[in-house]
Design a protein around this ligand. Structure first.
Ligand SMILES: Nc1nc2c(c(=O)[nH]1)N[C@H]1C(S)=C(S)[C@@H](COP(=O)(O)OP(=O)(O)OC[C@H]3O[C@@H](n4cnc5c(N)ncnc54)[C@H](O)[C@@H]3O)O[C@H]1N2
Ligand code: MOO
Length: 394
């Protein structure tokens, strides 16, 4: 059987980062930056008041209480300003440029709030309540680096640094397709021998959690011809395809039957539990990567975490490799098949990890109750309670 690490390496050798493109910052959320972003000006661009109050010369209010004449108002957005001469003050608002001559702001709470003359009750030291030009960012300073995921705060600084468009790697568009004659759409009644279709919903959600865009193409029955037709129609909008089911040893394995003759998708047994039957390759004229995951829901999910998520990271230009793991002490003895790496569903709490009840690869409720996978190495068939194990947080 093929080692897990080699299967991932084979996948990462094929997938490529998507070509960068320029988008409006409105549309950049969730994408990965494909350039360093530099601010053309200092931020803030000018010295300005941090509070509503009065721009003063600190030396004039050192002996407060004092009463001084107010020469006028400076609002946020005001341009041409009068200088504040000795013994004079100007009323200023938060964000307003500091008038020349003034070197401190007295908050309105420290005054009687006067508009022609103002009584100032407390002294303000030089620099009080002033936000200096360049205090956040210097002119020419890099505010975001290539490879950063763009979240709300990153959209904020793009706009704040005056950018309207930005170069990003787009979110990969991933088509998700389930196969199986037994599958009924959730929300419809179950017929004899049917189960509700869960994998396409779960994998679509997993794709979105991984920062990519997902299109759920629903499920097709066990007819390889129908599978190929649907795949063909979906390829137009796909940077990658994920299928579930139809890849093991049964009499009706539409995915394997349809794709094997192409010669571009390899179906292999990977030394892992769950998730042994795996397929990966490329399809269509654009050689779109396709992941054919096993149909058992837990197998599908674990395969996504181990193989598809790293590939989607690589397509976004992010560092890609095996999922990050931590070490923890296990609260119960563990068993694992010889020669396979097991990924047991578990609850990780601090530095201890407890396997959940229900380790079958059909036991989706147990997966939903878990927040981590315990990794049991290929050469271990059992581990005692208290053993230190590797754990992948989910
Ligand atoms: N004789 C053998 N039988 C099986 C082997 C084997 O090596 N020899 N491998 C087993 C393993 S391991 C797995 S995993 C499964 C993989 O099978 P397939 O990928 O072909 O998937 P199916 O047969 O279509 O389905 C398996 C199982 O999962 C349920 N399923 C499938 N799709 C969905 C879906 N979208 N939503 C919910 N549940 C789904 C399906 O009903 C089956 O119960 O093969 C073993 N057999
Ligand atoms: O890969 Mo299967 O997951 O062992 O049930």
């Amino acid at each position: 059987m093929k080692p897990v690490d080699r299967h991932l390496a084979d996948i990462l050798a094929v997938v490529r980062p998507l070509a960068p493109l320029e988008v409006e910052i409105d549309a950049a959320l969730g994408a990965v930056l494909a350039e360093d972003v530099v601010s053309p000006v200092p931020l803030p661009p000018f010295d300005n008041s941090a509070m509503d109050g009065y721009a003063v010369r600190a030396e004039d209010v050192a002996g407060a209480p004092v009463t001084l004449p107010v020469i006028g108002d400076v609002a946020a957005g005001d341009g041409g300003l009068n200088a504040v001469g000795p013994g004079l003050v100007a009323r200023v608002m938060t964000g307003a440029p500091m008038p020349a001559g003034a070197d401190a702001v007295v908050p309105v709470e420290w005054t009687d709030g006067g508009t022609a003359r103002v009584r100032i009750d407390r002294p303000a030291p030089p620099g009080n309540a002033i936000r200096r030009a360049g205090e956040d960012v210097l002119a020419g300073e890099t505010v975001l680096r290539e490879g950063a995921r763009i979240g709300a705060a990153q959209v904020g600084i793009l706009a704040g640094a005056g950018r309207r468009r930005v170069r990003v790697r787009p979110r990969p568009r991933v088509v998700v397709l389930s196969t199986g004659a037994e599958l009924a759409e959730p929300g419809t009644p179950l017929g004899a021998g049917q189960i509700w279709e869960s994998n396409s919903f779960m994998l679509t959600a997993a794709v979105r959690e991984a920062g990519a865009e997902a299109f759920r193409a629903g499920s097709v029955s066990d007819d390889p011809k129908e599978f190929l037709d649907v795949l063909d129609a979906q390829l137009l909008r796909a940077d990658a395809v994920i299928t579930s089911g139809g890849v093991s040893m049964g009499a009706y394995e539409p995915v394997k039957e349809a794709l094997s003759p192409l010669g571009t998708v390899a179906f292999e047994k990977v030394a892992m539990q769950p998730g042994m039957p795996q397929g990966f390759g490329v399809v269509g004229p654009d050689r779109v990567p396709i992941f054919t995951l096993p149909g058992n829901p837990v197998s599908s999910f674990v395969s996504f975490v181990l193989f598809v998520r790293p590939a989607l990271r690589a397509m976004q230009g992010l560092p890609a490799g095996p999922p990050e793991a931590v070490r923890a002490t296990v609260t119960a003895p563990l068993r694992s098949p010889a020669g396979k790496r097991s990924y047991l569903r578990a609850v990780l709490t601090g530095r201890t990890v407890a396997p959940v009840t229900g380790q079958g690869s059909h036991q989706l409720a147990a997966l939903a109750a878990a927040n981590a996978l315990i990794v049991v190495p290929e050469d271990a068939t059992s581990l005692p309670e208290g053993a230190e194990v590797e754990v992948i947080p989910l």
